[in-house]
Design a protein around this ligand. Structure first.
Ligand SMILES: Cc1cc2nc3c(=O)[nH]c(=O)nc-3n(C[C@H](O)[C@H](O)[C@H](O)COP(=O)(O)OP(=O)(O)OC[C@H]3O[C@@H](n4cnc5c(N)ncnc54)[C@H](O)[C@@H]3O)c2cc1C
Length: 404
């Protein structure tokens, strides 16, 4: 490896790979991606998520302007990319359901945001129309969102990685960045693989280190204000063909977003105004809720949408950023969905997997910016949901930031 490179990307999750793809495909730039896992597609957020292509209905422009913009742009870019490169995906559509008057206030709030963000094709529908889409889902009203879908996320990461590599980006897999020293306008980067240490210089660093991106930002600038407050999202599953009353046609079905109390994630059932007050005071967190989503399964070499319906995420506080243990039990999932999916029984449910979100403390939007002291460091911090959906738009945003 050359002792000096133009651009170093730290992290080979979907964001690092998308940025490597975007920057390498027409530039001939000298790009290195450093990934501490032994393989791309290793344990990280990009391999342990719900695989939902979000439509952009949740992010008010005032509070989360980057999430609103990049989710909307990313949604379209992702469907196009998947079609071009044969990535398993489906525009399933989504129902966001309210089961009583209290939940309708929350639904109304999401609807306003969706209208403001100009999410295409959305429609408020009544309970009868809901059952036309999904016969076993019970609701008084719902928001129908046609541009929501699902994707097999590891296939996306793999394709971005392979394309970037074919355009000349170099991937140093199984290497951890453990020290960065600013030097002139660039940086000296120290990486290790087991006991072997290598040092190289780079002009630009793009910090796409997911759950560790706040640490990387502070490695360069100890004054960096961002702090990770990771949250665990666990999921369970059931088989929709087990009984007629749990069959689903294949839409994403979500409850209205609600408040949950830290640290154990207990749901808050209060009028919307009260929730908003407590949320603004930082007393409760907001969750998209335990939803039902069709799931890709591998059959031979192909991915198909099988009979499995994934339920999640159920939030809890992880012990650390690698704590993938499952603390939620089957009855929790049943409790969370029984109001809108009454046919499900405890014995239908089995536990699935856990992932950890790179959520920031007291900050809700994505952070994508140059470090104020060391402008050749571009930090991507707090890239939690909808980071998968927004990945290609985030990569384009970074490329534009580099040109400014
Ligand atoms: C439970 C859950 C459900 C989600 N559901 C959805 C969803 O349905 N739709 C959606 O759009 N988004 C979803 N997300 C969010 C989405 O998965 C993330 O936003 C996205 O995967 C972030 O990608 P990333 O590349 O930034 O981070 P990661 O995938 O975590 O990758 C970061 C990489 O950096 C590497 N790294 C860290 N430190 C170093 C170091 N010092 N040196 C070298 N390498 C390092 C790590 O090993 C890791 O591979 C979900 C996330 C979770 C956890």
């Amino acid at each position: 490896m050359s002792l000096e490179v133009q651009i170093t990307i730290i992290g080979g999750g979907v964001i690092g790979c998308a940025v490597a793809y975007e920057l390498s495909r027409d530039s001939g730039k000298d790009i290195v991606v450093v990934e501490k896992n032994r393989q791309i597609k290793g344990e990280n957020q990009s391999s342990r998520n719900s695989g939902v292509i979000h439509a952009g209905i949740y992010y008010p422009k005032k509070v989360e302007p980057l999430k609103a913009k990049l989710c909307m742009e990313g949604n379209e870019m992702l469907y196009r990319f998947c079609a071009e490169h044969n990535i398993p995906n489906k525009k399933t559509g989504k129902l966001l359901v309210a089961t009583d008057l209290l939940e309708e206030e929350y639904l109304e709030d999401v609807y306003k945001t969706a209208v403001e963000n100009q999410v295409p094709g959305i429609e408020m529908i009544d309970g009868n129309k809901v059952t036309q889409y999904e016969p076993n889902v019970k609701a008084v009203s719902a928001l129908y969102v046609p541009s929501s879908g699902i994707i097999e996320s590891t296939s996306l990461v793999d394709k971005l990685y392979r394309l970037a590599e074919s355009y000349g980006a170099m991937f140093l897999v199984g290497n951890e960045v453990f020290k960065i020293e600013p030097e002139g306008k660039g940086f000296k980067v120290k990486i290790r693989s087991g006991t072997e240490v290598e040092i190289f210089k780079t002009r630009i660093i793009i910090n796409a280190a997911g759950l560790y991106s706040d640490d990387i930002a502070r490695m360069v600038n100890p004054e960096s204000p961002y702090r990770m407050d990771p949250v665990k999202g666990e999921s369970a599953k059931f088989y929709k063909t087990k009984r007629e009353d749990i069959f689903m046609n294949g839409l994403n079905v979500y409850p209205v977003p609600f408040g949950y109390l830290p640290p154990d994630g207990e749901r808050l059932r209060v009028p919307f105004g009260e929730f908003q007050k407590q949320f603004n005071q930082g007393k409760v967190n907001r969750s998209a809720g335990v939803h039902l989503s069709p799931t890709f399964e591998k059959r031979g070499k192909e991915y198909i949408i099988g009979d499995t319906v994934t339920m999640g995420p159920a939030y809890s506080k992880p012990k650390d950023r690698e704590d993938y243990s499952q603390v939620r039990e089957e009855d929790y999932y049943l409790d969370m969905v029984r109001s809108f999916f009454p046919g499900l029984k405890l014995e239908d449910i089995s536990l699935h997997q856990a992932g950890i979100r790179a959520r920031l403390k007291n900050y809700y939007d994505f952070v994508i910016e140059r470090d104020p002291e060391y402008p050749n460091l571009i930090n991507l911090v707090g890239i939690d949901s909808p980071g998968l959906t927004a990945s290609l738009a985030i990569a384009r945003y970074v490329s534009e930031l580099l040109r400014r």
